[in-house]
Design a protein around this ligand. Structure first.
Ligand SMILES: Nc1ncnc2c1ncn2[C@@H]1O[C@H](COP(=O)(O)OP(=O)(O)OP(=O)(O)O)[C@@H](O)[C@H]1O
Ligand SMILES: [Mg+2]
Length: 277
């Protein structure tokens, strides 16, 4: 039964709301229509950094490219069920979730079979909220659920947005940095108006190269456009980041002293845990 303000004394009502809020799991999705903006890298490394802080974290791969699995050393092609079966069949998320080699970090993997979901879900009832319904059944087992979205604006991205209370848009400090952001935000607004579900949005500057003027210009432009919604910490470009997936490990584990690893951990400690922890 849901308690309404007029049913009970104010103090009890406030305590009731506080309890709901403080036990609410944070579901964070990483989205940007622009390919290669570091959505997957950020999802994996922020997920691993949250886990390293002792927060039970589940990474959900909503991208048929299956890069989260690769980056976490999980061979999703050897698994009997993955995200596809969770969204399109009767499979429960618990049956598809696997523990990673990292303490406190679990993965709901995907692979190319998930690309069929774009077509198969077309006729499903409340197709935009299937992931939300499914993930709700396990979310309370975790402190954080992190979702990696594909670089497209289809039904998988809509499902990720509809399930999340936070959207982080990684922005690559490169030419065309703003491409993809506008359409991503339009889709987020559509989810808000159509489904009545709002998502708090933040921006993360990635692949920042302090030697180039372009990176500084992109940073200026993004901060001017989105102000306080841009994380103060940014992620520098570092060669070790590109090497890490082939070792099946987040860079924060593979090369903990890399400047990108230090930046991801600092971002989590100084901002993410303070804002949504
Ligand atoms: N800080 C960084 N320094 C150097 N390389 C990086 C950094 N972040 C990401 N990369 C590299 O950039 C490429 C794209 O990153 P990633 O796969 O995370 O982007 P994405 O937004 O998930 O891409 P897609 O849109 O295809 O899903 C990868 O090769 C990754 O290793
Ligand atoms: Mg990706």
């Amino acid at each position: 039964m849901t308690l309404a303000r007029h049913d009970i004394p104010y103090k009890i009502y406030v305590r009731h709301i506080y309890r709901i809020r403080s036990t609410m799991v944070s579901i964070i999705c990483f989205g940007n229509q622009k390919g290669g903006s570091a959505k997957t890298t950020s999802a994996i490394n922020i997920g691993a950094s949250l886990a390293a802080e002792g927060r039970k974290t589940l990474i959900c791969d909503l991208d048929p490219q299956g890069s989260c699995s690769l980056g976490l050393g999980v061979d999703s092609y050897q698994l009997p069920v993955t995200m596809y079966e969770v969204l399109c069949k009767d499979t429960r998320p618990d049956d598809a979730i696997v523990q990673t080699a990292i303490d406190n970090l679990a993965l709901l993997p995907s692979n190319i079979s998930l690309s069929a979901a774009e077509f198969e879900l077309i006729s499903a009832i409340r197709r935009e909220e299937i992931f939300k319904q499914k993930i709700t059944t396990v979310a309370s087992n975790y402190d954080f659920v992190v979702c990696d979205l594909p670089p497209s604006l289809g039904i998988l991205t809509i499902n990720g947005l509809a399930a999340s209370n936070q959207l982080i848009v990684p922005v690559e400090c490169e030419f065309y940095a703003m491409a993809g952001i506008k359409t991503m935000l339009q889709l987020r607004d559509l989810v808000t108006t159509r489904l009545g579900h709002s998502v708090e949005t933040r921006f993360l500057l990635t692949k920042y190269d302090s030697r180039t003027r372009l990176s500084a210009e992109v940073e200026d432009m993004v901060r001017k456009n989105f102000g306080d919604a841009v994380f103060t910490n940014l992620i520098p470009r570092a060669i070790r980041v590109a090497e890490a997936p082939s070792h099946g490990s987040p860079v924060t584990q593979y090369a903990p002293t890399s400047k990108a690893s230090i930046a991801y951990r600092k971002l989590v400690k100084e901002e993410i845990l303070r804002i949504v922890g």
